[in-house]
Ligand binder design. Structure first.
Ligand SMILES: *Cc1c(COP(=O)(O)O)cnc(C)c1O
Length: 365
């Protein structure tokens, strides 16, 4: 029976899906959770009460506004989308990546990004039957290898190029002039993924409209609303109107529309939190650099990329985990990430715990 069932499944599920491993999320019960780039701060009590009152008056028996008109306007204002640009909302920016890929896919179509980069570009390309091409970053500092990228674009003629700016998991910004050169040379679309916009001053948002093939993507996840699942794609109406056709109706649910609109009306609270995280990033990086053997890369995001001595990443990762601190182990994810861990920047207390336990692990190894 089981064999028969397995044969049936293997007969019908696409081979590229059978070959995938499902996205793995580590158990984090009772741990200091520094593995997923979440904002550690919760909301002040008055805000929670006002939010709860709003939700009490929100009707869930009705379908949501299909175009999320009020929230779209609020987001345009909060994220300084140029007035003449259109926006499309997604159930997380992951869904927007999927809408783009579904709209552009075809047997000879490819998605290009850089490696090491955000894994969802590759995964979603695979889901949608597109080829994924990863151009390697420079090993030294994870900057763009512009000649290699231009060569890869020339060879593969990608339908879309995704660039996370700052990049995940390396945390750095690319040279803006190099990005501009990529936009100019790309045969198709270029999506600048600004998931970490709250933690940097650099942005391509104000450059929308300057290039026919440029779109900018944002999310509210890293600013402190990861649980709501809400992302935004901004750009010329000609592109956005096409992608809107593959959007499932009502993709932004009633609770998310009400809650995100509410939160953005109190954006100052979140700006203060992200400011605190930016300050904490500098302190944490400096403290970790003091620990023997650790290399800490510069970051414009809410996480740090940390390289342990050769061959030790698993020991550091499990050492931290046994001491109650969960970080992301990137060793093995890509050759340029050998021996690397990625802790999120949390509260000062969480940083203190991470620093103390890193020091303890350093002694124990
Ligand atoms: C976290 C992250 C996202 C995912 O955002 P969601 O809106 O939570 O789906 C997108 N891009 C990059 C580069 C990220 O790091």
């Amino acid at each position: 029976m089981t064999d028969e069932l397995n044969r049936l499944v293997e007969n019908w599920v696409r081979p590229e899906i059978l070959a995938l491993r499902a996205y793995h999320v580590q158990p984090a019960q009772g741990m200091v959770k520094l593995d997923a780039m979440e904002n550690p701060y919760t909301w002040p009590d008055e805000l929670r009460d006002a939010w709860a009152a709003l939700l009490r008056d929100t009707d869930v028996n009705r379908y949501p506004d299909p175009t999320a008109r009020v929230l779209s306007e609020r987001l345009k204002e909060a994220m300084q989308v140029p007035a003449d640009m259109r926006v499309l909302l997604g159930n997380g920016s992951d869904e927007l990546i999927q809408m783009i890929a579904m709209s552009l896919s075809g047997p000879s179509r490819s998605v290009l990004s850089v490696d090491p980069g955000f894994v969802m570009y590759r995964m979603i390309a695979t889901f949608c039957g597109m080829r994924y091409v990863g151009a390697p970053l420079n090993a030294q500092d994870f900057s763009l290898d512009l000649p290699a990228l231009l060569q890869a674009m020339d060879e593969h003629q990608p339908a879309v190029v995704f660039l996370a700016y700052p990049n995940n998991p390396t945390g750095n910004l690319y040279d803006a002039k190099a990005v501009e050169e990529i936009i100019r040379a790309a045969p198709g679309l270029v999506v600048i993924d600004e998931a970490y916009a709250p933690f940097t001053d650099a942005t391509f948002m104000s450059r929308l409209g300057e290039f026919d093939n440029l779109l900018v993507m944002r999310t509210v996840s890293k600013m402190g609303l990861a649980g709501l699942r809400l992302g935004l794609l901004a750009g010329p109406a000609a592109w956005i109107d096409q992608f809107d056709k593959v959007r499932l109706p009502y993709n932004i649910n009633v609770l998310t529309q009400a809650s995100a609109d509410f939160a953005l009306r109190h954006k100052a609270v979140f700006d203060e939190q992200t400011e605190a995280i930016r300050r904490e990033r500098g302190r944490l990086a400096a403290a970790l650099r003091e620990i023997d053997g650790l290399q800490v890369f510069p970051s414009e995001a809410n996480f740090l990329l940390v390289r342990t001595p050769k061959g030790q990443a698993v020991d550091w990762f499990t050492g931290l985990r046994d001491r109650g601190v969960l970080v992301k182990n990137l060793d093995g994810a890509h050759p340029l990430l050998d021996d690397c861990l990625r802790p999120t920047v949390g509260t000062p207390a969480e940083s203190d715990k991470l620093i103390t336990e890193m020091q303890a692990v350093a002694k124990a190894i």
